[in-house]
Design a protein around this ligand. Sequence first.
Ligand code: ATR
Length: 270
Amino acid sequence: MDRYAVIGYPARHSLSPRIHAAFAQAAGIELAYEAIDVAPAVFAERVKRLHDEGFLGLNVTLPHKQAAVALAEALSDRARQAGAVNTLIRTVEGWRADNTDGAGLLRDLQDNLRVSPAHKRTVILGAGGAARGILGPLLAAGPARTVVSNRSLKSPALLAGDFAELGTVEPLTHPELEGSQFDLVINATSAGHQGQAPEVPGSIFAPGALAYDLNYGPAARPFLGWAVRAGAALACDGLGMLVEQAAESFFLWRGQRPETAALRRALRAH
Ligand code: ATR
């Protein structure tokens, strides 16, 4: 049987096995997809062993997304830009690495929510790995303005420099957002995991603005609840992005693009 896995620490809570099982079933393909806990200390060795054991593809989740960059035989442009990898594709020599997070976000925005970032004033809150993962595809969509905002200026300024060849990214602190309005406000901070929303001026939402949290489930609630109270017209968590980035990985492995609508509905209902 064709074997795939998601590796993380922990990986047990991942929805990926369920998502890929649903994709495979819908496509009439038999495959095995498991969740494997891999501690950081043994990450490189374990990834090599999974290749030796014949795995055809791996998803990489926290905390290994950055570490996976170093052990790839080949790296896609989007993985290099993001400095992070979420998908490994088997080659004869080793693993080819890619990052489907940004593509997953764009597909959820454009195809599912019918909100294209093109010509939109866009702000990303947070300047860590999650922000880096989405910035390349977002800039490629041609927003009118792209701001990356963090509690302090250092990491968004670094990020703006790293992505300069792809487009103009304005670094601002959260208080410096006062006076600006945005059509698309993306939460890429990890504040929700501590039950918090980033402290951002409530005036940033332009009429009709979409608030989008890259997190899903309880971790998205603080930001989305705050956004609705502050005036966002639409608030959406990252469950659609999760399914879409998985669909993009499935496509890289199997050359077949899965249908996502039914699964998104089922996960949402769950
Ligand atoms: P990830 O890979 O998920 O992006 P990360 O690299 O640790 O994780 O980055 C987390 C981001 O969330 C950072 O931008 C962080 O801001 P700081 O650089 O100021 O730490 C941001 N963040 C975390 N907790 C936050 C909070 N309570 N309010 C606002 N921003 C927060």
